[in-house]
Design a protein around this ligand. Structure first.
Ligand code: HEC
Ligand code: HEC
Ligand code: HEC
Ligand code: HEC
Ligand code: HEC
Length: 149
């Protein structure tokens, strides 16, 4: 289980509009979802920064972090929505969707982040150094954690 620190510490108002400790707002009334202080594409960038490398993964640079991460908590590491990146990436990259010319079967069932960075990379196709020759270097963080928030 990974719990997001602001959520664990009850700092709901870092992301949600609140009064008397209770989330409020129009969306709360109509959808049961407490109103966010910022639209999702800005919210996560209030505290996190993506490394400005040459190849930025489209959903990450667009701030659509919640396509892959839950804002509160999940049973998976880094609050990912799935237990493996094979499942996670397949939500968008499967069949003919954004994965057209490749035969990845030769890579067996290795995790996608063994060779690709989910946020940003110096090499095209968001590859990690060495990935092309089949010996990828372990990835380093590409989104920063806040020191003060
Ligand atoms: C880091 C930002 C962040 C923090 C901190 C946070 N939330 Fe959220 N929360 C979100 C986002 C993003 C959504 C998704 C909203 C949407 O789908 O429109 C959400 C959705 C929700 C929802 C509706 C969907 C669901 O998961 O049930 C509730 C209820 C909620 N939050 C309550 C809380 C409470 C209570 C806290 C504090 C303990 C909290 N949140 C802290 C970002 C945050
Ligand atoms: C108010 C500041 C704040 C906002 C807004 C915020 N975060 Fe965080 N986030 C933190 C802090 C604090 C940590 C923990 C840093 C540490 O462990 O040193 C963290 C950690 C994380 C981690 C690593 C979790 C772990 O334990 O491994 C992820 C992933 C993450 N945030 C995603 C998001 C996403 C997605 C959003 C937008 C929905 C978001 N954050 C918005 C403050 C924030
Ligand atoms: C929410 C949908 C979504 C998810 C989930 C997702 N991607 Fe993507 N990905 C995209 C989009 C959109 C593009 C940009 C496609 C384009 O520009 O034609 C992209 C582009 C890419 C590219 C570059 C393709 C190219 O031709 O340059 C790679 C590599 C990639 N993603 C790998 C991954 C990996 C690895 C994961 C899992 C960690 C992942 N993606 C998860 C939507 C997603
Ligand atoms: C062993 C390394 C390796 C693994 C594991 C790997 N890839 Fe790749 N991937 C590559 C290489 C290398 C390329 C560049 C094109 C080429 O040379 O085949 C690539 C290219 C891509 C592209 C862009 C090209 C296109 O056709 O759209 C996408 C998207 C992609 N990979 C997604 C994934 C996903 C999703 C996974 C996990 C299921 C994954 N990759 C696992 C090495 C890997
Ligand atoms: C395409 C899916 C995807 C998107 C979009 C995405 N992430 Fe991630 N994120 C991942 C994966 C996969 C990891 C690596 C988990 C691991 O270490 O195994 C990760 C790791 C992280 C970490 C830990 C530091 C690191 O780089 O390893 C933080 C913090 C984080 N993400 C925040 C964010 C924020 C903020 C956004 C939006 C700006 C975002 N992520 C968008 C998939 C994604």
């Amino acid at each position: 289980m990974t719990v997001h620190r602001p959520y664990a510490e009850g700092k709901c108002d870092k992301c949600h509009s609140s009064r008397s400790g209770k989330p409020i707002g129009l969306s709360a009334i109509f959808q049961g979802v407490p109103m966010l202080l910022e639209p999702i594409e800005k919210l996560c960038f209030k505290c996190h920064g993506i490394e400005q490398k040459a190849y930025l993964h489209a959903p990450a640079v667009a701030g659509q972090c919640s396509f892959c991460h839950d804002p509160h908590q999940t049973p998976n590491k880094r609050m990912l929505l799935t237990g493996t990146t094979r499942e996670l990436c397949a939500r968008c990259h499967s069949g003919a969707t954004f994965l057209t010319q490749l035969d990845h079967a030769r890579y067996g069932d290795r995790e996608c982040i063994a060779c690709h960075d989910p946020h940003a990379a110096d090499i095209e196709f968001n590859l990690l150094p060495g990935a092309r020759s089949g010996e990828p270097e372990p990835r380093k963080p590409t989104v920063s954690l806040p020191t003060s928030w």
